[in-house]
Ligand binder design. Structure first.
Ligand SMILES: [Cu+2]
Length: 516
């Protein structure tokens, strides 16, 4: 019996069809209005390789792996059905939502169960996303393909598209993940101790579910809203025409548009972060998006923490193939180290330019009031403990901790210091946006990209919900804890602050905060 038939036989009890783990089967990601979603199903589409997908039910029509689109102020009201064999949640990353809708993992949805989730989209236009956040299961489920995009639009967003005179297909929302591919198949998630320490790294980019992804665009401006949906990989995003670098413009970050565009040649994008960029095709026929080689700054070594969650013992892994995962089986795939050069996707320019290209607008949006507390309110230390792994303030995470007390409507300055014996951590705050005030101790190649007062990078100039802190670096953030005046936000609300390297998150690099 060959391997696949062996696996298929072993899966008989699951009652599922055993589709081959093809790597080119992912459909294009269709746009779906957020308000039209009646049910959002989280399901396993390939039990052998453990690939999963979101399926949106629009009241008759079903769309797999949708890109959700909402105007600011629209509502989501859908039943979320967990068809996975593990607990899951749907966390809407970047949105300001009450604890009950945030999907942070305090109350996971059990296998086979469903929960109604409804909320109003209050955030600025920008690229947001949704993904599982059940503690201990996040890394496996996101790596399995559960990373959905949510594009929020408003007047600023529409004005920008009009100013760029964007052709119909020249605006794309893209989720860049990385997967391990061997013998033409995506290998299942089966982390070893090294993966738990450094994070799970793939060897190929998977963009909106596709390997070797390419899109056709018309000549002129192209607007790309790009998410780093990798479990652990940092990207140094750049564009090339053959070997020649192609400059581009940063329009926005996690929480929407910048005040003004920033001309760039490369930009760091870590897990959970988003950029909104404009690039002009000129007379080029193709453009390649790549992650350039860089020093990944992994300065922590050892045999940390193969984290075993008590909850995990009760549930099988998503992939049946992990049952016989075998480094000697000829199917193991080596990871490309963090910081390794990686092709991401390409744009094919078709047709001829009908109109002269307009220049970029000088002003894009008004940023929210950045007033801050007068002094540092909270000091946060990111450390490496050889036996427990990466921790915040020396403490391993406990789900039931009340966490940091925060005053509702308060404004705080957070000082986040990363240890020299560490690695980059992309720190994500649920529910609230923040601004980067200052960086200190930034390593040379990143510091060389700083363009603004306080050693700030161009991406630090926008509204953020996730920010990278390199080893030996200190960041100062202004956090606005204003919550909407709405009964849904009544009473104390718990949120999370954690590393978005998903192996670190499933490890212990997370803290709660209670806003009251
Ligand atoms: Cu981390």
């Amino acid at each position: 019996m060959n391997r696949r038939r062996f696996l298929a036989a072993g899966l008989a009890s699951l009652g599922s069809a055993c589709a081959p783990a093809g790597v080119r089967t992912a459909a294009a990601s269709p746009d779906v209005a957020l308000a039209d979603v009646r049910r959002l199903m989280v399901e396993r589409s390939d039990p052998i390789a453990g690939r999963c997908r979101y399926l949106a039910d629009l009241g008759g029509r079903q769309v797999a792996q949708p890109i959700l689109v909402a105007r600011r102020g629209e509502r989501f009201n859908a039943l979320i059905e967990n068809r996975l064999p593990q607990p899951t949640t749907v966390h809407f990353h970047g949105l300001t939502l009450p604890e009950a809708q945030d999907g942070a993992g305090f109350a996971p949805i059990a296998p086979g169960a469903a929960r109604r989730v409804q909320f109003e989209v209050r955030n600025r236009s920008g690229l947001y996303w949704f993904h599982p956040h059940a503690h201990g299961f996040t890394a496996e489920q996101v790596q399995a393909g559960l990373a959905g995009l949510l594009v929020v639009k408003d007047e600023d967003d529409a004005a920008l598209d009009a100013a760029l005179d964007l052709a119909q297909h020249n605006r794309l929302a893209l989720a860049i993940a990385d997967v391990r591919v061997a013998a033409g198949e995506i290998r299942p998630y089966a982390p070893d101790a090294h993966d738990c320490l450094h994070g799970w790294l793939g060897n190929r980019a998977l963009v909106n579910g596709r390997l070797d992804a390419a899109w056709d665009v018309a000549p002129g401006w192209v607007r790309l809203q790009i998410l780093n949906a990798c479990n652990a990989r940092g990207l140094l995003l750049a564009f090339r025409d053959g070997e020649a670098p192609v400059p581009f413009h940063l329009l926005g970050t996690d929480g929407g548009l910048l005040a003004a565009p920033q001309a760039l040649e490369r930009v760091f994008l870590y897990g959970g972060e988003r950029v909104d960029v404009a690039i002009h095709t000129g007379t080029r026929q193709t453009l390649a998006a790549v992650s350039l080689e860089f020093d990944p700054r992994h300065h922590a070594h050892g045999e940390a923490a193969h984290h075993r969650h008590a909850a995990r013992a009760s549930y099988a892994p998503l992939a049946a193939a992990t049952i016989c995962a075998d480094a000697q089986g000829g199917m193991a795939a080596d990871a490309l180290p963090d910081g390794g050069a990686l092709p991401l996707f390409s744009l094919r320019v078709a047709g001829s330019a009908a109109r002269p290209a307009p220049s970029l607008p000088e002003r894009l949006s008004q940023l929210p009031d950045g007033a801050t507390a007068q002094s540092v309110t909270r000091r946060v230390r990111l450390d490496f403990e050889p036996h427990s792994g990466f921790v915040i303030d020396g403490m391993a995470y406990r789900m039931d901790e009340p966490g940091w007390p925060v005053s509702r409507d308060g404004r705080e300055v957070w000082e986040i210091k990363n240890s020299p014996i560490s690695m980059p951590h992309a720190m994500h705050l649920h529910g609230f946006a923040f601004r980067v005030l200052r960086r200190q101790g930034t390593f040379g190649p990143a510091r060389a990209l700083a363009t603004a007062f306080g050693g700030r990078l161009p991406t630090d100039l926008g509204v953020k919900d996730t920010v990278v802190v390199w080893p030996n670096e200190t960041l100062w953030l202004a956090v606005d804890f204003t919550l909407p005046r709405d009964p849904a936000f009544g009473g104390p609300q718990r949120f999370m602050f954690h590393c978005h390297n998903l192996e670190h998150e499933d490890g212990m690099m997370m803290r709660n905060l209670t806003v009251a």
